[in-house]
Ligand binder design. Sequence first.
Ligand code: WT7
Length: 646
Amino acid sequence: MTEQNATQSPKTDQELTEVLLKEEKIYNPSEEVKQKATVKNWEEAQAQALENPEAFWEEAAKELEWEKPWKKVLDESKKPFFTWFKGAKGNIFFNALERHQKTAVKNKIAYIAENERGEKRTLTYGELYQEVNKLAGAFQKLGLKKGDRVTVYLPNMPEVAMTMLACAKLGAIHSVVYAGFSFMALRDRIQDAGSKIVVTSDGILRRGKAINLKDTIDKAVAEGCPSVQHVVVVRHTGEKIEMKEGRDHWFDEISQAAKEEVKTEVLKTSDPLFILYTSGTTAKPKGVVHDHGGYMVGVNRTIKWVFDLKEDDIYWCTADPGWITGHSYIIYGPLMAGVTSIMYEGVPDYPQNDHIWEIVERNKVTILYTAPTLVRMMMKYGEEPPKKHDLSSLRLLGSVGEPINPEAWRWFHQVIGQERCPIMDTWWQTETGMFMVCPLPVTPLKAGSATKPFPGIKAAVVDKEGKPVPVGKGGFLIIENSWPAMLTTLWQNPKRYKETYWEKIPGGYYTTGDVARIDQDGYYWLQGRADDVMNISGHRIGTAEIESALASHEAVVEAGVIGKPHPVKGESAKAFVILKQGFAPSDELIDSLRKQVRTVLGPIAIVEEISFVDKLPKTRSGKIMRRVLKAQELGLPLGDISTLED
Ligand code: WT7
């Protein structure tokens, strides 16, 4: 490597300063949107909230029901372990379901559940309440108590909501694992959480096929999950499965048997509601913990302000409940708001590529919240499929998961929103629990920008030293103050929580791991992850996780994985693999390596390209320098390679 390369500006800096997206056009909200908006003046709302964020969140908390009020809005004495609404007692369940039983919401439809087979089921708030109550009773009989963990491994169907809510009701902690994860990934998550009960179904629908889920659970539990005492199975696709006497129970049977009214546990606001595992820079996923009190306040305020929910809205978030988007904005948020939501199991372009638009038309969906990768997939099919349908019911659109490129943004706006529906591009994370940088319906929009921090959130873009970078220059996105729905810790690993989020950049701020720039109008442009985490189709996957999956293959010594830009998925994974002696590169080996990753992590972890190499660039301390691999792959300057060993 030449001297010249070494003295060029660091590659990451170059990436940071590059102004990738320059979009000047402003999209103003229509009169209709303005009239309907809960918040009429965005700037004023932001300025007011920032003057006194605690007062802002206290006012938001008063919209909800509590068993006992708080003594202090925010306790920062144990920073970065914050307690919101200290001294208060309650349970998110009171707000998501119980309080609706006294109002007209009781007879309203909570979920319209559909799947790719065309089956349809509806549940009112009253019916959902009954189901949750029965399930909670059944869980109690199985010995589930406050603080116990329950792993949920289910398709996108109402039973997910029932299970999560039944846990909340009893003060048990749910850990939902996306049903696309393999048995090994599932096993690790069950073990880490130490779950007593696992809830699953016989199968899951995917592109016309039913895939057995119960077998995955059996395999995972067989491999050392001593904490698991019971497996509860939802009858769904009719897959042939084995039921283990004494351990396995049918969901419907145990629910039917439980009749009595179960008491909702009155909890401290800081009691954990759930654990949700997310990828980081190591192979071990992080168990992000959210509490009852702060979480419900943050989620309730953001969903009401950003999606402007009204009584007659039909809301559809296309995410899976297995991700944070599902937790906050399919389950808890919409239920607290008392709206009708769509739940859909399957892929949106099956059995026909206009299925998603057919669902929108038939159900008269008013708010559609989806991901850029889905928008780009639909764009590929052209304008014909959406044009076959009447999409005039739509009022607001939303985007989440990764930066939405201006081209996809404009297509979504013109073809789907017919230039009538503002797009709420919401930037947030598993850790933040709620929207952090996003517009409100009245916000003037720029295609591809998530606009500005939500009222009450103080964000900034800084350099490695924690100093703000100039306007238009890229840097690390940090959050300067705390917010109610923030993670409270990492499950059984407070040390990792501190190190990962609070000690990366001087100043004691929350580090998001994302790079962004702020333009002359104060608009935020998110540019992706700064750490070794990829964003494939909106799923966060650590390069280290894929590397470790590859290294578990008999032919592999070591592997380095990078993310590359991809037109539909946003990013795709490329692996550089060193083979053991006696193994030679071949197409069969590539297939077998791909399969290995799939087996270890599940079908979401797809390795697009595999290259065989003799050596990987490393630091003197032996860490793989993925940015060197990436720079070479993409033909970018190598940057500072002074720490390169060879
Ligand atoms: C990461 C968080 C939040 C729910 C889904 C993913 C990226 C998310 C956006 C957006 C640009 C975004 C970030 C973030 N991301 N939304 N609107 N614009 N980037 O949750 O798995 O915790 O991933 O997704 O990189 O850090 P997650």
